[in-house]
Design a protein around this ligand. Structure first.
Ligand code: GSH
Length: 213
């Protein structure tokens, strides 16, 4: 019997990793579809009919035929339907959501863009790269201060805020940011990595399509 979830993405994609990590931590195996973006597969009508923004990730829930896009919205959906990582109370859910929006505004926008420039996926003037590194650095300072004396970003256990933000911070080195400057973030990362079901980017996202084991 096929598994419930089908994740479409590319191996280098942070937003795809966030969704794969959530599924893995929730103990949900998934079929993985590599989207051949080099050949423009994400711009073809068949793909656009499932992912209106022409991006990865795309998650298909085979139980109900839903096609889901935007990684943060997908994390919220998964936490709702699986009853995992949503926070223990309404206030925790609200705070987790605040961190997701903050991430996309301040952290992911800078770390992911600095990374694509540093890896040579996108070219940009040096001052653009430096501005993203400075923005990422400023956001990591906020996160590091918040994590002082706390195990998790919200409440007493891991939530989608931790999953979402881990899925950015894990690429900080590739973006040219030095995590040694953020000791609370580094300690928190080891906590996330110790969660049952944790898997690294390379383990979770192969270069080719893969059917769930
Ligand atoms: N906000 C989106 C961002 C997704 C995104 O930036 N995906 C990139 C790959 S990492 C993509 O598909 N880029 C191709 C394009 O935008 O044309 C999310 O979190 O899902």
């Amino acid at each position: 019997m096929p598994v419930r979830f089908e994740l479409h993405g590319i191996a280098l994609s942070g937003p795809t990793y966030k969704v794969g990590l959530m599924l893995s931590l929730a103990g949900e195996p998934f079929d993985y579809e590599h989207v051949d973006m080099m050949q423009g597969a994400h711009r073809q009508p068949a793909y656009l009919s499932k992912q209106r923004y022409g991006q990865v990730p795309l998650l298909i829930d085979r139980n109900n035929g839903r096609h889901l896009c935007e990684s943060a919205a997908i994390l919220e959906y998964l936490s709702d339907i699986l009853g995992r990582f949503g926070g223990a109370t309404l206030d925790e859910r609200l705070q987790a959501r605040e961190w997701l929006y903050w991430d996309f505004d301040r952290l992911a926008s800078n770390v992911y863009r600095a990374r694509t420039i540093k890896l040579g996926i996108r070219s940009a003037p040096a001052e653009v790269y430096e501005a993203h590194v400075a923005g990422g650095d400023a956001a990591l300072k906020v996160l590091d201060r918040h994590l002082a004396g706390r195990a998790w970003i919200v409440g007493e256990g891991a939530t989608i805020a931790d999953i979402d933000i881990y899925g950015v911070v894990t690429y900080a080195g590739e973006a040219g940011l030095d995590l040694a400057d953020f000791p609370n973030v580094m300690t928190w990362m080891t906590r996330v990595e110790a969660l049952p079901g944790f898997a690294s980017t390379k383990t979770l996202l192969p270069m080719e399509s893969r059917v769930a084991a």
